[in-house]
Design a protein around this ligand. Sequence first.
Ligand SMILES: Cc1cc2nc3c(=O)[nH]c(=O)nc-3n(C[C@H](O)[C@H](O)[C@H](O)COP(=O)(O)OP(=O)(O)OC[C@H]3O[C@@H](n4cnc5c(N)ncnc54)[C@H](O)[C@@H]3O)c2cc1C
Length: 378
Amino acid sequence: MTHLIIGSGAAGITAAGKLREIDPSGDIIVASSDTEPYMKMYLTDYISGSIKPDRILTGDLIKGKKNDIVFLPGKTLASIDAENKIVYFIDKSSLEYDRLLVATGTRAVIPQIDLDDDVVYHLSDSLDGVKRITENIIPLDKAVVIGAGATGIQTAVSLSKAGLHVSIIERDPVILKRHLDKIQSDTLIRILERTGIRVFVSRECSVIRKDRVVFKTGDEIQFDHLVFCCGQEPCSDFLTDSGIVYDPYVNINQMCKTNIEDIYAAGSVAGALCNQQAVKQAEIAAYGMADAKCPGLEGYHPFVMRDLELSFYGRFHDPDRSGEITLKQKHEYKKLVLDQGNLSGFIFIGDCRKTKTAVNLINEKKNIGDAELRDLMG
Ligand SMILES: Cc1cc2nc3c(=O)[nH]c(=O)nc-3n(C[C@H](O)[C@H](O)[C@H](O)COP(=O)(O)OP(=O)(O)OC[C@H]3O[C@@H](n4cnc5c(N)ncnc54)[C@H](O)[C@@H]3O)c2cc1C
């Protein structure tokens, strides 16, 4: 049995390791555009200097005789011939498979902003991208990050930790808008501002010159370094004509199977929200690929933003608000959502110490009492 995994991020590497554990004799091949496997989640730690480059590389997980996993670097998938179980790469080479896992993740979107020709910008979504950033920055430089989603906020925090003066510009009135409402966003903005980061919301760039952003209102912000963090799009170009359903994220069922027999997908290409979820999906896919019974679909995979004390999980926006318990302070926000006495979701901003306890309570699906509520709300 040949298991072919495309992509060597959190999902691809996790699936490879898990497959080896469950299927000691099968052939496992990981093919990736990257030259080395690494964890994107730790890229920003590389910018801030809080970890050494080798800490984000995950090659050790698949190298060595013990695991016997073949890693093919620099292989970009071009198309999938699902009928004949062959994939083709852009270098015209091909590989056959019995089971295929698509774990190609996402890439940064370049925004449609009017840029002067001499503008140099950076992206923080790849190892090469963050290496270029770190080679160029010096403490006290000015950095502007465009976009206040998860990547933008993480990037801004790490640049600030590296000693730069950082501004984040967001065109919407809230930051992390896929997840936060106005009150939650305002709390997070105050936390960011407390660390020295300037946050500009509801501000749209009119044009970007070599060293400054010019707003539609006419005012400007100077920068030495510009980083675009304007969203991510799935790496799924090779799916055209494959027969796999995607929209643009690959559609998968609970077992991480696509609509095509023997083809699985996991991680952010399949819409996983965060690293933990990508890892969980990869494990589930590995069990399916090896025809093994998956021990359980529930698991610990909240969104956790390192460095910033932000975590959430489950259904934490209750439409009728009847089941909500909320704590609002200047630099702290907590909300628990209860459904018939069970905890069904939470968001913690400013103090995430109870994240694991809350996730366990949700996963256990048992009624929670006053003492547990008091403990969670701190
Ligand atoms: C700067 C930054 C900070 C983040 N911080 C956090 C955080 O604090 N907490 C959190 O939970 N999550 C965080 N994330 C998100 C987390 O990194 C992702 O959820 C996780 O990387 C998804 O893993 P993945 O394996 O699905 O995809 P990826 O890590 O994107 O890996 C995809 C792999 O596929 C390869 N690939 C792509 N296209 C092709 C192709 N056509 N052919 C072959 N190979 C291909 C890529 O080269 C790469 O190896 C952060 C992400 C970024 C960019």
